[in-house]
Design a protein around this ligand. Structure first.
Ligand SMILES: [Zn+2]
Ligand SMILES: [Zn+2]
Length: 266
């Protein structure tokens, strides 16, 4: 599809919880389902807007996702938090540096950035040597603009402070799209940053309460409060099948699935 520069094209490259679905060794109804929507890679979101290419989270499935969804470039990585399922694929950003040596910024808030510097000390701390990915940590302190690494274009990004159990983490908004994975609570002050959304992607793990995530029921009421035109739920566990979740969704809400694409206004 031809995309105008004022449009934001979003591809959900993974919509599963931290283990991925199927879960290794599990023979439950979801993990053995033949519905392709019951196979979920770890969460990652690719955004193309006005010639700028962004990826939100670079998890352990990133290499496969980048090939499968034909990711041509990454101008910046927007990191929500440092958990393995969101950052383990960072080294696989290297091929985007082969043709364009301009370093790729990895945006993260301070607590996340300092832990990432320890986790990936060979990238962010050690002296550069050939073969080390040219990635730079960029500390997020408020709204920022990501510049293309190859053309004269930029896109504004609004970080959305959210709570993931005991961690303060970030979601991100680009135009009329917001992406909030791994949420247990949305601070009141963040709700005003989520007004006027066409599409919201929101955590919706499962029915059983979890200290770090919203249940599906909690996600539905949170989504109603935010009031996006359409809400897709992500970071889904194997407790329920896609169809089971879909069948109980109110209008304007649905479980996301790997490969879901949509376009919103900037
Ligand atoms: Zn996660
Ligand atoms: Zn299972």
């Amino acid at each position: 599809m031809a995309i105008e520069s004022r449009m934001v094209k979003v591809t959900l490259m993974g919509t599963g919880t931290s283990t991925g679905v199927p879960v290794i060794g599990c023979s439950c109804a979801t993990c053995t389902s033949s519905d392709p929507k019951d196979s979920r890679l770890r969460c990652s979101c690719y955004i193309e807007v006005g010639g700028v290419h962004l990826v939100i989270d670079v998890g352990p499935d990133f290499r496969y996702q980048a090939m499968h969804y034909h990711v041509k470039d990454v101008d910046a990585a927007l990191i929500t938090h440092h958990h393995f399922d969101h950052v383990a694929g960072l080294d696989d950003l290297r091929p985007f540096l082969f043709r364009n040596r301009t370093s790729i910024p990895c945006y993260a808030q301070r607590n996340t950035a300092s832990i990432m510097a320890e986790m990936f000390a060979y990238i962010f701390k050690d002296g550069k040597y050939p073969g080390v990915p040219q990635l730079e940590l960029a500390e997020v302190q408020g709204p920022f603009v990501v510049q293309s690494r190859s053309i004269n274009a930029g896109v504004a990004v609004t970080p959305i402070p959210i709570v993931h159990g005991s961690l303060d983490i970030l979601g991100y908004r680009v135009g009329k799209f917001a992406y909030l994975t791994d949420v247990s609570e949305i601070p009141f002050a963040s709700l005003s940053l989520l007004e006027g959304l066409e599409v919201l992607v929101l955590d919706g793990l499962r029915d059983k309460p979890h200290p770090m995530h919203l249940t599906i029921e909690q996600s539905i009421s949170m989504a109603a409060k935010i009031g996006a035109q359409q809400t897709w739920f992500t970071h889904i566990a194997h407790d329920l099948t896609h169809v089971e979740i879909e069948n109980r969704m109110p209008a304007g809400m649905a479980p996301a699935y790997d490969g879901l694409q949509f376009v919103v206004n900037l």
